[in-house]
Design a protein around this ligand. Sequence first.
Ligand code: BGC
Length: 365
Amino acid sequence: MSKASYSVADFGVTKYGEKARKFTLNGAGGVVMEVSDYGGKIVKIFTPDRDGKMKDVVVGFDSPAGWDNGDPYWGCIIGRYGNRIAKGEFTLNGVKYKLPALNNAPGGIGCNLHGGARGWDAYVWGAEPFVKGDDVGVVFTHVSPDGDEGFPGKVEVKVVYTLTAANVWRVEYEATTDKETPINMTQHVYFNFKGEAGGTIEDHELMIAASQVTPTDAGQIPTGEIVKVDGGAFDFRSGMRIGEKINEPDEQLEIGKGYDHNWVLDEGVMAGGKGGLVKAGSLKCPLNGRMLEVWTTEPCLQVYTANWASYDQKAKGGEHLSFRCGIALETQHAPDSPNKPQWPTTFVKPGEVYKTMTEFRFGIY
Ligand code: BGC
């Protein structure tokens, strides 16, 4: 008999009136995940510390209501286009498309963020839980109609979460379209290895396998430059405590109110690397020895240290969430790629299959 198992429970009704379910995935390696078919949201992930003590290490909520605001997209699948598209505009095959431009940083010109007013995170997806050998997971499916949030093409999308016996949470994305359209999906889970109400993640150690970053304008749109991180606040190549330089006087850190930037992975295709499944980075908590590695087929990693809102929201344990209470490690193509033809394309044509994979490999050190 497999050492992995799952159970299914009701998760309440979303603000759109859709009934959601929650799947508990008991991994054969000990990690336990609770995930919902409501936008693939991550409700809980229990991982062991160096003494074997289990703790829930993600920001999430006990019911769909916790996610009613959408932003900041705690633990959701993001689509059709993760991250920003300047002014919510792009031109494809001579046609100019206009998307909702609801996101705007002070001094910015507005942008489309994470799919628009109702992105893919805000739908209840089809969901089929499975056990295959020692793997346990859920296959999520969704159909986004032609014109959804202003995007062209009907997209059929599948996201598979698999939890393995080696405590790897694998996320596989697959999508096809009937008209050319930009697709850039990611998972927006926020980790805090001290627990979601455990205060700031500034004491966590972050490694990012990237020598370059894409700086932004005041509205957080990449300027188009790709700059070296050499020794500065963005140089996480040998690992650095997140709080070490986060409050340094630096124009980019001021724009993001901390880290909210896109790193170009050295081994990814955008940096001229070979691509394939490459190590994007790692996150470690010296206090308890919890860690994870991120591996991905994507060329970039957006790191967001939960800097924007005051997060006046209660966590699952009833305690308040706080500034920098989590870190999102979002594997993706570079922001605003539809307007940056010199960068790896996010446009997917009919007949092509959009296919990417990211792994979060949990462990201790
Ligand atoms: C973006 C942030 C944004 C956050 C929540 C992140 O992916 O980079 O700028 O505030 O998502 O929407």
